[in-house]
Design a protein around this ligand. Structure first.
Ligand code: UDP
Length: 485
């Protein structure tokens, strides 16, 4: 068979969380646009959220489909429909959720048996996928859903344990053998490093993740070389692992409709958002959003509202709260929306984030430093106020503020799952002014704009991500022939 014409078939198995699902779907579309056949393996809830994207892909001639596997909620003691990690808000629920994810190994094996794809791209959170893929003689690629920088940080912490040679949780330590001098404190580290994990299942999962990383075929990164060259090199040369960077993958969404349809159905119509933004001057609006998992309490939301108002900046603020039918909302200062009318827009629920960030009126981004949001902010060329909450977000903050120098920290010091550190209104106001007004803001904006241009160039023909995607496809093609022979 002619190796140029043979159609490769890839299975994608994203983790059941928006921060993994969204970039994985963008990646799937990228591969499909190159003529590969892509099957996304996921559960009924996520499949239903994807249906419009799949339909659209088909109209473009993509060979893109979804294969559904049941999530064993009932088997592990979770209610039906409990198919997303953001729902697992207590250690008990998390443990059950993680248990359920390991059971997916069996239905995945059956699908691999039936469809015999050429490669399995699976989330890092499914370490067992490497073994399953091996049974079928196909390569397993890991999708980390984060930066090279954060994986390198995490690996250096694991290997050299600098956090163990300090006397208090707030004493800074330097990451050893690192390209830049990066300081962290123990308070900012995930539970994995602070021994505060109270469930053995999670610790075991982390161990398996490390092992799978070392035994898999390689990793795909949603990043671009020019953004973090020292760390892409570090990952490959110093840690000795194979990787391909093919991002920013969000840039595969060219039309407004596609930008607005990532993840869930947005709580505001894209047109309404654009109409609001179209009435604003360039770089005059701050976008405030904390991803899909972080969920602040009422008093923190109140501080944000006060900080926004005090800064006198125009804003779009995304809050994970339902509108309560005109009644008083405890998390909002009295009369807030009336006072900021025309200058501030609150989106309750899910925002069309990329559509907003890409608008020229948006001149700053307050972000929790989830990797997708960070990279979407980079691609849009906007400076950021960094407000890490948990996961690997404190690492990404360092990349933004210290390496790229396109953002300022709001002052978050403590890793707290879903909730984060408490931040006062004065700090929020100060952060907003630093990225929106004055010389420092202009300098950050011009660096951010430059990086944004580089990100856009990376995915165009001849760009670093474009070339790496082609290199990966060629590599898989030759691998699948080697297996066939
Ligand atoms: N997102 C969105 N609308 C929202 C909140 C989040 O479209 O209201 C998207 C955002 O664009 C990003 C993803 O959800 O692609 C969140 O991923 P990230 O890694 O930033 O954070 P996580 O949700 O994993 O904490």
């Amino acid at each position: 068979m002619d190796s140029q014409r043979r159609q490769l078939h890839l299975f994608f198995l994203p983790y059941l969380a928006q921060g993994h699902m969204i970039p994985a779907i963008d990646m799937a579309k990228l591969f499909a646009s190159k003529g590969l056949k892509i099957s996304i393996v996921t559960t009924p809830l996520h499949a239903s959220l994807l249906s419009k994207t799949i339909e659209k892909g088909k109209t473009l001639g993509f060979k893109l489909d979804v294969l559904i596997i049941e999530f064993p909620c009932v088997q592990v003691g979770l209610p039906n429909g409990f198919e997303s990690y953001h729902m697992a808000t207590s250690p008990d629920l998390r443990q059950k959720f993680l248990k359920a994810t390991t059971i997916l190994e069996h239905p995945l094996g059956e699908l691999l048996q039936e469809h015999r794809p050429d490669c399995l791209v699976a989330s890092v959170m499914f370490p067992w996928a490497t073994v399953v893929a091996r049974k079928f003689g196909i390569p397993r690629l890991i999708f980390h859903a984060t930066s090279f920088f954060s994986i390198c940080t995490s690996e250096c912490l694991r290997l050299y344990e600098p956090h163990k040679n300090i006397s208090s949780d707030s004493e800074p330590f330097i990451i050893p053998n690192f390209p830049n001098e990066i300081k962290l404190t123990r308070k900012q580290l995930p539970e994995l490093f602070t021994q505060k994990v109270n469930d053995a299942g999670l610790m075991e999962l982390y161990k398996q993740v490390i092992e799978a990383e070392l035994t898999s075929y390689g990793a795909i990164f949603n990043s671009f070389y020019e953004l973090e060259p020292a760390y892409a090199d570090y990952y490959k040369r110093v840690l000795g692992r194979k990787a391909w960077h093919i991002g920013p993958v969000s840039l595969c969404n060219k039309e407004n409709e596609d930008k607005a349809r990532r993840g869930k159905e947005a709580s505001i119509h894209g047109h309404e958002c654009l109409k609001w933004l179209n009435s604003k001057e360039p770089n005059s609006v701050v976008y405030v959003c904390f991803g899909s998992m972080a969920n602040f309490n009422d008093s923190q939301l109140m501080e944000i509202a006060m900080g926004l108002e005090a800064s006198q900046q125009q804003f779009i603020w995304v809050v994970k709260r339902e509108k309560n039918g005109g009644g008083k909302e405890e998390w909002l200062p009295e009369g807030f929306e009336k006072r900021v009318e025309g200058n501030g827009l609150i989106i309750r629920g899910w925002a069309p984030q990329v559509l907003i960030l890409d608008h020229e009126a948006v001149g700053g981004f307050v972000t929790h430093c989830g990797w997708n949001s960070t990279l979407e902010g980079v691609a849009a060329g906007v400076p950021m106020v960094t407000w890490p909450v948990s996961a690997e977000q404190f690492y990404n903050e360092k990349l933004v503020t210290q390496v790229l120098r396109i953002g300022v920290g709001v002052g978050a010091q403590q890793w707290v799952r879903f909730l984060g550190d408490s931040i006062r209104r004065e700090a929020i106001e100060k952060g907003l002014l630093r990225i929106m007004v004055g010389e420092e803001a202009e300098e950050m904006r011009s660096r951010a704009r430059e990086l944004g241009k580089m990100g856009n160039r990376a995915i165009e023909e001849g760009g670093s991500s474009y070339s790496d995607l082609n290199a990966l496809i060629d590599n898989l093609r030759s691998h699948s022939f080697a297996v066939e022979e």
